[in-house]
Design a protein around this ligand. Structure first.
Ligand SMILES: *Cc1c(COP(=O)(O)O)cnc(C)c1O
Length: 463
């Protein structure tokens, strides 16, 4: 037995022979070490499978060559790929949150394909600040005195707490010690920033007097966190930021609010539910407000900070600001997105457009698609489902609407959704009660036909 395996192992081709064969067939000019590494891996894999008796013959050199070439081709295809989001979840963190507006993409292209005035003042040639490109826009849109941007909202909260409360106490309600996305927990962010957490109230009820009692000479600020990704219902009471304002003023402490999702404008007739806008939150009188750029605002990943000039100045000059700074691609996209809001073109922001899609329009598109998806091997009907906002925003925000419900007859649901995910572009949909649901609210109308083509190709009988 042992000697049989030795014979087989001896039949494994040498790297040089495979290399010659690969080089003869390769269409591309691959770097030599990339090819030889791949050949070594393939041969090692064969050796191990022979030893484990998973295979009993040594594949021909042609088969080995093809295997190496196919692996090499994988290096040319991107790991990050576009996905058609038919889940109806408007802000899906795993699907990259907000899609960007065309204007934002063009601005990235313009600014990043060459040099830019990122940190130079073109009118006097002196050093400038990257914040200058958006500060005025952010102030106009929010009514805030001053503003800045960092890498993301988690960074904005960390910076605000560190710069204003390091070594001292931040007072926050127990009901607001939120965790977002499994990794951002307010208590842990505070710890990382060297801030002592002073919890007040209970998980479900916090009163103004709880805050009052907690204030002492170690207090540095009051923190209000918007519990945007969960809701405590039932016997609850919490204090709104507007109620905390006078308490903070009396105590001479800044009131910092983490708004989370960052809604800039309510579109008329859109289905965005009640959620304070950024300017409403500022108008309440908070001293500092942070939110995300890629949640309800519909822009790139960013952390926006609005508020009092002296506090923003403290944040900007803190050493952490450099570590958390926004990159020029995101800044370019953010600027373009904010200009759309300022100039009344917020319906160009895909997320805002998706919120605004009418039931009638969804119904018409869904019916049109249903007729075309009436394919052999597929049962199709129209059903009703809720579109969830997702992305840690508005837990109870369900936008009900028509969905296309599919039941494959020759494949299982798991096989069908796996095949859709493997397609390029991938199509991601939701499985609910033995059906695959396609919700067009989160699909760009120009992709509707593409969806039909994907199903046609997938379900066509093998020729
Ligand atoms: C989403 C969220 C964050 C984290 O924001 P990122 O931009 O993802 O870093 C922080 N706080 C609240 C309340 C949030 O909803």
């Amino acid at each position: 037995m042992g000697s049989d395996i030795q014979d087989l192992l001896r039949k494994l081709p040498g790297v040089d022979r495979v290399l010659l064969s690969v080089q003869r067939l390769a269409q591309d000019d691959w770097p030599l070490d990339l090819i030889t590494n791949e050949i070594h891996l393939q041969i090692a894999e064969l050796r191990s499978r022979l030893l484990k008796k998973e295979i009993t013959v040594v594949p021909s050199i042609d088969i080995l060559t093809q295997a190496v070439l196919s692996e090499l081709h994988q290096f040319q295809s991107s790991s990050l790929k576009p996905v058609i989001n038919a889940t109806g979840i408007l802000l899906h963190t795993n699907l990259g949150r907000a899609p960007l507006a065309k204007e934002a993409l063009e601005q990235i292209q313009r600014v990043a394909s060459g040099y830019s005035n990122l940190e130079i003042n073109l009118s006097n040639g002196r050093r400038g600040s990257r914040h200058s490109h958006v500060e005025d826009l952010l102030c106009r849109l929010s009514g805030a005195e001053s503003a800045m941007v960092v890498n993301n909202n988690a960074g904005a909260v960390l910076l605000a707490l560190t710069a204003l409360a390091k070594g001292k106490e931040a007072i926050v309600s127990r009901g607001e010690l939120v965790e977002i996305g499994g990794s951002f927990r307010i208590p842990e962010v505070m710890e990382a920033g060297g801030v002592v957490l002073r919890e007040v109230g209970s998980s479900n009820r916090t009163h103004l007097r709880d805050y009052q009692r907690a204030i002492n000479d170690q207090s540095a600020l009051l923190l209000k966190v918007h519990t945007s990704n969960y809701k405590i219902v039932g016997f609850t009471s919490s204090i709104e930021a507007s109620e905390l304002v006078s308490l903070a003023r009396e105590a001479g402490l800044p009131l910092v609010e983490d708004l989370g999702s960052g809604l800039l404008r309510r579109l008329p007739g859109s289905s965005i539910p009640e959620e304070p806008t950024i300017s409403e939150a500022i108008a309440n009188g908070v001293d500092l407000l942070t939110c995300s750029g890629d949640k309800l605002l519909g822009g790139p990943q960013a952390g926006l900070v609005f508020g009092r000039k002296d506090l923003i100045e403290k944040l900007r000059s803190h050493p952490l600001a450099r570590a958390l700074r926004i990159d020029k691609l995101s800044l370019a996209a953010l600027e373009a997105t904010l200009r759309l809001y300022l100039t009344g073109k917020e319906n160009h922001v895909p997320l805002m457009a998706y919120f605004a899609v009418s039931q009638q329009e969804l119904k018409e598109r869904s019916h049109a698609l249903m007729r075309q998806l009436d394919l052999p091997g597929l049962k199709v009907e129209i059903s009703v489902s809720a579109a969830m906002v997702g992305g840690g925003a508005m837990p109870d925000a369900e936008l009900p609407g028509p969905v296309i419900a599919l039941q494959p007859e020759t494949l299982t649901l798991d096989q069908l959704s796996a095949a859709l995910r493997r397609n390029e572009p991938a199509l991601v949909a939701r499985i609910h009660e033995d059906r695959l649901l396609l919700n067009l609210r989160t699909v760009d109308p120009s992709d509707d036909q593409l969806i039909v083509e994907i199903f046609k190709t997938l379900l066509q009988p093998e020729l």
